[in-house]
Design a protein around this ligand. Structure first.
Ligand SMILES: [Zn+2]
Length: 257
């Protein structure tokens, strides 16, 4: 199933059209064009804040005020971000009936902001705060302002409802993601190398269940040589934008075999 012709994007789009049941797995790479740096890399959050010191559940339980220095920056950056052409393109593919769900490792809420309806948030999201003592939840905007540390009515410091290192994936999101991976026709992996456990299981489950795996990343990743059938090298917005234009072509939407 290697891309044979001169246009691998068209070849991939044809596979999406023929197989249908497309499920999308996204990671930090898709939001870089929205101005949210990925966590790793020289501009990333982890270059500034050691994740073992700032992003574990243990660190939060020990010193929540310190961890909120990092969280405040995340909430500010993500709160000001707008969806980009890749997010909007995926929403369009769902609207056209090509894609049926997005599984995202991102916590920025940009898929929903772009109009995607079936979004499985594997690592939670920053829109909600949760009390680690009494489990009460609040919209972030109701409890947090820059420079402050948000408090629960019970007096505890609130935690964003995101998965910190050392926390399990929310069970419902995990179940739904694995079910999507088991039953999809194509898994479209965008902006992630899916190396963090257990997100790394999703491409493997899809592949073992018979799905084609199409990867959109600017550079090859460990997935490329293992489970990927077609690697489309480029930016998420460039490749998704080209695919959406192809799906507007009636020939593509009703393939002649
Ligand atoms: Zn509480």
């Amino acid at each position: 199933m290697r891309a044979g012709g001169s246009d691998p994007i068209r070849e991939a789009a044809r596979i999406l059209a023929e197989r249908g049941n497309v499920v999308v797995l996204t990671g930090a790479g898709i939001s870089v064009e929205s101005g949210i740096p990925s966590f790793r890399g020289s501009q990333g959050m982890w270059a500034k804040y050691d994740p073992m010191e700032y992003a574990t559940l243990h660190a939060f339980m020990q010193s929540p005020r310190k961890v909120w220095e990092m969280l405040a920056e995340m909430v500010s950056v993500c709160g000001g971000a707008k969806p980009n052409a890749a997010h909007r393109g995926l929403a369009a593919l769902e609207e056209m009936g090509v894609a049926r769900a997005v599984i995202t490792q991102n916590v920025d809420g940009l898929h929903q902001a772009a109009g995607s309806r079936r979004v499985i948030e594997y690592h939670g999201n920053l829109d909600e705060l949760i009390c680690v003592s009494c489990w009460k939840r609040y919209p972030t905007r109701d409890r947090w302002t820059p420079g402050s540390v948000p408090l629960c009515d019970c007096g505890e410091i609130l935690k964003p409802n995101v998965v910190l290192f050392g926390e399990p994936i929310p069970w419902l999101a995990q179940e739904q993601a694995e079910e999507e991976a088991r039953t999809c026709g194509v898994l479209l992996v965008i902006g992630t190398s899916a190396q963090v456990s257990p997100a790394c299981d999703i491409p493997r489950i899809a592949k073992e269940s018979g799905a084609a795996v199409v990867e959109i990343n600017p550079e090859p990743t460990p997935l490329t040589a293992s489970v990927t059938d077609i690697h489309l090298r480029g930016t998420a917005s460039g490749v998704i934008g080209a695919m959406v234009r192809m799906f507007h072509d009636p020939d593509m939407r009703s393939p002649k075999g």
